[in-house]
Design a protein around this ligand. Structure first.
Ligand SMILES: *[C@@H]1O[C@H](CO)[C@@H](O)[C@H](O)[C@H]1NC(C)=O
Ligand SMILES: *[C@@H]1O[C@H](CO)[C@@H](O)[C@H](O)[C@H]1NC(C)=O
Ligand SMILES: *[C@@H]1O[C@H](CO)[C@@H](O)[C@H](O)[C@H]1NC(C)=O
Ligand SMILES: *[C@@H]1O[C@H](CO)[C@@H](O)[C@H](O)[C@H]1NC(C)=O
Ligand SMILES: *[C@@H]1O[C@H](CO)[C@@H](O)[C@H](O)[C@H]1NC(C)=O
Length: 371
């Protein structure tokens, strides 16, 4: 921890210098595009709602109801979605080339559960992260339990994305108090594969709570990490310091580290978290996949920096679990889950919805667009 603290001190100083150098921009009569007044509403999607189906094999997840969504283009030209719960529910948008729907539930990735068994009742994987590399789709998933640091990131692969086509390869990395640094101080959940478009080096970003967001280089088989390459990307020193669900994207020469901050789930509508401590989507950027990532004021994400790009407003509550779809109809898309407080007035986890918006870049800083 000592080394983390001294690194933080340096980055805070750098942050102060950078923020005094940048003059506050003026946007005339238009609302500041970076302020919460400019946050759009999620675009409408349609899909199956399995929550009330007593025969559902996917615990009500999939279709319109996703948690920690991941969207990917399939070999058949349809977009596929993946969700936490239901053994990683697979849905497919029936309109080719569209992420608007109609999202139909197809089944699960890990029909028999994950082969990683660290905790009782923990074979239902969380936070799928699916990417195509070569002719193969890689799904990095997390196996954990709420409040436990004994966790693993597992890997399943497929060539088609369809139920029944997946091979489970087990754990890629595991965290516990007995593991090697930094897996003894971090939590091996919420993986994100990022293959650097410039250098082709593959990275695995992961983590939450326990020391927040970390990154490893992967070996070329994408099934194991280079232990000596561990790097902290982000850390919020203010309790409860919960940062998770990271996703790295690249656009216009910048690397963007997106993550979810705050309390993800289990909202009790009569005792909601202190406003601002529920889930929100934040971002920082860097000139390298290894950071340092800073926010618009120049504050390093390792020193608590990060800009909120999407948070609770209007009928949207606690958006997070986000990812980026690059070059969707020529633009980048941010997708996420959220509570729609009109449709889900008791804020139930199992009624969270998939939402998405296009991303605009202003001076290289991303904002969500209403169109
Ligand atoms: C559930 O399955 C039973 C038995 O196959 C069937 O009778 C019933 O219609 C199904 N219910 C729904 C909502 O699909
Ligand atoms: C968790 O499971 C994985 C794979 O089964 C194993 O490699 C790892 O050592 C386990 N971790 C603990 C703390 O038991
Ligand atoms: C984590 O493991 C490293 C060795 O890999 C060790 O030096 C360090 O003390 C451990 N930290 C904690 C908090 O256990
Ligand atoms: C929700 O909060 C209310 C008010 O604090 C409390 O009475 C109730 O027990 C809570 N419900 C759950 C399920 O925790
Ligand atoms: C938007 O930001 C202002 C100023 O920081 C704050 O007072 C307000 O509560 C925020 N609104 C929402 C919906 O977050």
């Amino acid at each position: 921890m000592a080394s983390i603290k001294s690194a933080m001190k340096n980055t805070v100083l750098l942050g102060l210098l950078a923020s005094t150098a940048a003059a506050a921009p003026s946007y005339g009569h238009k609302p500041d595009p970076f302020s919460n007044a400019s946050w759009p509403l999620p675009r409408e999607i349609s899909g199956q709602d399995d929550t009330a189906n007593p025969n559902s094999t996917t615990q009500g997840w999939g279709g319109v109801h996703l948690h920690d969504p991941c969207l990917v283009l399939g070999p058949d030209g349809h977009y596929y979605s993946f969700s936490t719960h239901g053994l990683t529910v697979i849905s497919r948008a029936s309109n080719k080339g569209s992420i608007d729907g109609y999202w139909q539930i197809l089944g699960s990735v890990l029909e028999a559960g994950s082969s990683v068994i660290n905790n009782t009742g923990s074979t239902d994987p969380w936070a799928p992260d699916v990417h195509k590399v070569g002719d193969t789709y890689f799904d990095y998933y997390a196996v954990s339990q709420f409040g436990s640091q004994i966790s693993s990131i597992g890997l399943a692969t497929s060539k088609t994305l369809l139920p029944g086509s997946w091979t489970d390869h087990g754990a890629v990395l595991s965290s516990s108090p007995d593991a090697d640094y930094p897996l003894n101080i971090t939590n091996a959940i919420d993986a994100n594969l990022f293959v650097d478009p410039k250098t082709h080096v593959p990275y695995l970003i992961y983590g939450s709570f326990w020391a927040d967001l970390y990154e490893f280089q992967l070996n070329s088989d994408l099934k194991s990490v280079k232990q000596e390459t561990a790097l902290q990307l982000s850390f919020d020193p203010v309790l409860p310091q919960a940062e998770e669900g990271a996703y790295l994207s690249y656009a216009g020469g910048w690397y963007y580290l997106w993550y979810s901050h705050g309390i993800c789930c289990g909202y009790n509508v009569s005792a909601l978290p202190t406003p601002g401590t529920e889930y929100s989507i934040r971002v920082g950027r860097s000139k390298a996949a290894t950071g340092p990532f800073v926010d618009r004021a120049g504050v390093d994400l390792k020193a608590g920096g990060g800009n909120i790009v999407f948070g609770s407003h209007d009928y949207v509550y606690g958006p997070g679990g986000q990812g980026v779809l690059s070059n969707y109809r020529g633009r980048d898309v941010l997708y996420y889950h959220y509570v729609n407080t009109n449709l889900n007035p008791t804020y139930k986890d199992e009624l969270k919805l998939l939402g998405w918006n296009y991303i605009n870049y202003i001076d290289g800083w991303p904002v969500l667009s209403s169109r």
